[in-house]
Design a protein around this ligand. Structure first.
Ligand code: KG4
Ligand code: ZN
Length: 344
């Protein structure tokens, strides 16, 4: 008798991307992402608009994910969905959809912690990339628009938080700095782009002194704001004439903070398997800095680009491991805007 395949329909709607994926026995068959350009003109995500966009996108995105996967809807084994952390209105769209879909098709549901999913994106099997998977235990620096954390990952569903941001996240530091420079939202990828042409040592900004393995980025943002304001007062073309060097210097400050803390965590734990995850792991300087650890006997892991930023593939792979461990939830579940990475 042939083994029954496990097909997970995964839904992600925690912030401003509506995404659906089908994961079959750990392999991604489809991963559809609808971005919300509407937030660009507001220089940040507007929660009310985000939930309305999710409402519009969710059905077409799910239909497309199922259609591209080539599987029959009847063969979906379970629905996995992001239950938190994230924006309440956004999360509720995905949670309600997942619950209704499961009820209509008489299949179980699996709630997924978005931060765990960013980490488990490393385990998505995708024939396009053939990427290597980290070995347990590994250290993961998870850096996104809402979170900055250093975690020991002991097993698929066993996480220990070592440190996190006390205020802004690394992605927020990128986006808020970009806003100061008059760049569109999200500013992270734009800072990355202009930084490639600039000198990272041109400008120096205040680096926070935070104990332990925690982070802080709000002081850096203020330092950048005051510096730019004082320069623009004397020369209103200052930003235009120095954009590449400004971006390179800002990026360098943010990445140095991240790498310093990662080195500290390595020293404390002695772990030699190093991974990064989350939207900011798309950053080219961070990717380069992580790769450099290889020269010192470390193994490093960076998820393929499409699995760094928010996507349902990562929700599907987490759902798959929860399915294998019989970790289902029930129809009473709702969304939680705040959740710790070690909360299951
Ligand atoms: O993980 P993600 O898609 O969403 C959250 O869960 O927050 O991360 C989005 C964040 C944004 O702050 C965005 O500016 C940042 O990731 N980001 C980048 C780059 N690509 C995305 N930051 C720096 N350089 C990039 N290339
Ligand atoms: Zn995310």
């Amino acid at each position: 008798m042939t083994k029954k395949l496990i097909n997970i329909l995964a839904i992600e709607s925690s912030c401003d991307d509506t995404s659906a994926a089908i994961i079959q026995d750990g392999y991604v068959l489809s991963n559809i992402i609808a971005n919300q350009d509407i937030h660009k003109k507001y220089s940040g995500v507007v929660p009310e608009l985000a939930s309305r966009e999710h409402q519009k996108n969710i059905i077409p995105v799910v239909n497309e994910a199922i259609s591209i996967s080539g599987i029959n809807k009847k063969n979906i084994s379970a629905v996995a969905f992001t239950s938190g952390p994230g924006l309440m209105g956004s999360l509720l769209v995905g949670v309600s959809f997942a619950k209704s879909f499961a009820l209509a098709n008489n299949i179980p549901i699996i709630d997924v912690n978005h931060m765990q999913a960013h980490v488990l994106a490393h385990f998505i099997k995708d024939k396009k990339y053939n990427n290597q998977q980290p070995k347990f235990p590994f250290l993961c620096l998870t850096v996104s628009g809402g979170h900055t954390q250093i975690i020991i990952v002991k097993d698929f569903l066993d996480f220990e938080l070592l440190g996190e941001t006390l205020d802004d996240a690394a992605g927020e530091a990128f986006d808020k700095s970009a806003k100061i420079l008059g760049l569109d939202y999200p500013g992270g990828p734009l800072i990355d782009k202009y930084a490639q042409l600039g000198n990272p040592n041109t400008f120096k900004f205040g680096i926070p002194k935070v104990k332990d393995l925690n982070f802080s980025f709000s002081g850096l943002k203020t330092s950048i704001l005051y510096f730019v304001k004082s320069k623009v007062k004397d020369d209103d073309s200052f930003i235009k004439n120095n954009l590449n060097d400004l971006c390179a210097s800002i990026q360098n400050s943010i990445i140095s903070i991240l790498i310093d803390k990662l080195k500290k965590a390595i020293k404390i734990t002695g772990i030699k398997e190093i991974a990064i995850a989350g939207g900011v792991s798309a950053n080219s300087e961070l990717r380069k800095s992580i790769k450099e650890f290889e020269n010192f006997g470390f193994k490093t892991y960076i998820p393929p680009f499409e699995y760094c930023t928010d996507n349902a593939g990562m929700i599907g792979i987490t759902g798959y491991y929860k399915y294998l461990n019989n970790k289902f939830t029930c129809q009473k579940i709702s969304a939680s805007s705040r959740m710790k990475v070690d909360q299951y």
